[in-house]
Design a protein around this ligand. Sequence first.
Ligand code: ADP
Length: 254
Amino acid sequence: MRLVIKIGTSTLVHSNGKPNIRHLERLCRVVADLKNAGHELVLVSSGAIAMGMGKLGLKFRPEDMPGKQATAAVGQCELMYAYDKLFSEYNHTVAQILITGDDFEEANRRFNFRNTVFRLLESGVLPIVNENDTVSTDEISVGDNDTLAALVSKSVQAELLVLLSDIDGLYTSDPSEDSNAQLISEVTELSGGIIAAAGGSGKLGTGGMETKLKAAAICMENGIDMVIANGGNPDLLYGILENKKIGTRFIASK
Ligand code: ADP
């Protein structure tokens, strides 16, 4: 199966911006194993700004554009260093791909991106994609990695997108505010009720559930299933590939 896995900031880094080594190690082990089993994988990884904050000792996320972009530039290095090191332990090679929203707008660039990913997959390499924060501006950026992961999934003709978050899936309301919130295990249509459920946004990560529904819309329109699951337990990926009832599955009509 060809699948895209997006890892959210809150899974990758602790709230102080330092890497969450336990999550990173588990994730890389499972992803390496899925590749060994013959699946084709593409990772979309957030976390550059948060990692940069940790590395630079910043207590607060920079507000200004150059500050954010400089922090991302430092953090992207740190992020890829961590992936390279961990995947090397399982004899897997990683490749960094940094893109912006307009790379998907223009046919030529979209085509180049897709061909590069296909060649990397053929060569057994794991592409790790992130938004090119250093050159991105509001006008040209995708803006969030949930949507970016959906655009990547569409572009590389993936069968499934898995969004690994700090929560088990989409709930009827934000569980951090409502103790009666219930997990929604299956969505076949993005109805008003579902959209209303995804009201609040997240913490260190930027999008919360709103951007995840945007991603689901892109996937479902393009015949790609999408699952939101808890990145704290990457072993869930095995069950997700076996179609087990894990997290929230958005089922595309095929
Ligand atoms: P990431 O992008 O790292 O996955 P986010 O912090 O952006 O993480 O998104 C996950 C967060 O979204 C959850 O921790 C939760 O606080 C918030 N959230 C808001 N509404 C909901 C909802 N209906 N169901 C689940 N989580 C929700």
